[in-house]
Design a protein around this ligand. Structure first.
Ligand SMILES: NC(=O)c1ccc[n+]([C@@H]2O[C@H](COP(=O)([O-])OP(=O)(O)OC[C@H]3O[C@@H](n4cnc5c(N)ncnc54)[C@H](O)[C@@H]3O)[C@@H](O)[C@H]2O)c1
Length: 291
């Protein structure tokens, strides 16, 4: 018996990295999945992966920051499965600029695709739960940038920080209905090295690279998509039905760390060795390294 047997989860932003892995982890515990993505090929790839393993999944394409498209994706999910009682939202587009260079187009796009999408997905999935008299759990994926001033990334920090406090306020509005709103905060993910290489992103005054990130993590390894999947299963499970308005850092202790302490400097950990010693994953399963 799975911990999420009988549940239906809608995932916004279902790439093989974090969203698809979360979908896989929820499905392994018994949830049926609606995999939604801006890119129809990505949504289909995730649905094909999960259906191929015997998990009941539909693919839906659409923009989580456009109200009519969110309404359609939620309706399609309810029409297909009968209801929805779990949501994970990972949608958004990150555009890095130092604050003196940021342009209004890219600022607005980040606010719209992270923060407005967070509001629209919460609003319409919660309404669908209420219509079917369902309790449930809404989860937003933040970033450490929600909690700190990330250099060169003020639009992203602002959007994710806004989403954090939007989630807490939404949790208050929905608490009396037994609908919970929580967040998970990942730090620099391991899959960045399988996507962009060990040197990424190029180190500048306004950025940190994978070596910097690795040295800053007390537990000495990057968070994996499966770590985020485990936290999502915990929150989606009825065993957490008294947890709302919370944010779980899944960062190997980084948020608790004294800022000036760089634990990796004492272990001489090197991101190139890390690359050699670890396996790349998609949907939480090992795949060949391509970079
Ligand atoms: N990768 C990291 O190091 C990291 C760290 C902390 C937080 N995060 C956050 O985790 C989430 C997932 O990250 P990832 O690395 O898996 O990214 P990813 O790029 O692999 O996946 C994001 C998916 O969201 C989809 N998407 C983007 N905008 C959308 C929209 N408006 N509507 C619907 N779908 C949309 C994209 O098509 C893509 O498939 C993001 O919210 C990101 O900000 C990532």
């Amino acid at each position: 018996m799975g911990r999420l047997d009988g549940k239906v989860a809608i995932i916004f932003g279902a790439s093989p990295n974090m969203g698809g892995t979360i979908a896989h982890w929820l499905a392994k515990e018994g949830a049926k999945i609606a995999a939604c993505d801006l890119d129809p090929k990505v949504a289909q790839q995730t649905a094909d992966f999960l259906n191929g393993r015997g998990y009941e999944t539909i693919a839906l394409s659409g923009d989580a920051s456009e109200q009519d498209q969110v309404v359609r994706m939620v309706k399609d999910t309810v029409d297909h499965f009968g209801f929805v009682d779990t949501m994970v939202n990972l949608a958004g587009r990150q555009l890095r600029w130092p604050v003196t260079d940021i342009n209004i187009h890219d600022w607005n796009l980040q606010i719209k695709t992270f923060l407005t999408a967070g509001m629209l997905t919460t609003k319409h999935v919660a309404k669908a739960m209420i219509e079917k008299d369902k309790k449930g759990c809404l989860i937003h994926i933040l970033s450490s940038a929600a909690h700190y001033g990330e250099p060169g990334n003020s639009g992203y920090s602002a959007s994710k920080a806004g989403l954090n406090y939007f989630s807490k306020a939404a949790a208050m509005d929905l608490a009396h209905l037994g609908i919970r709103v929580n967040c998970i905060t990942p730090y620099a993910m391991e899959h960045n090295i399988w996507r962009f290489g060990v040197g990424a992103p190029f180190r500048t005054r306004y950025s940190t690279n994978m070596q910097d990130f690795l040295e800053s993590i007390p537990m000495g390894r990057f968070p994996r998509a499966s770590d985020i999947g485990n936290a999502a299963v915990f929150l989606a499970d009825d065993a957490s039905d008294y947890i709302t308005g919370a944010d779980i850092p899944v960062d190997g202790g980084t948020r608790a760390k004294y800022p000036g302490w760089q634990p990796g400097k004492f272990t001489n950990i090197d991101v190139k060795d890390y690359y050699e010693q670890n396996v790349a994953t998609a949907f939480g399963e090992p795949v060949e390294k391509t970079v």
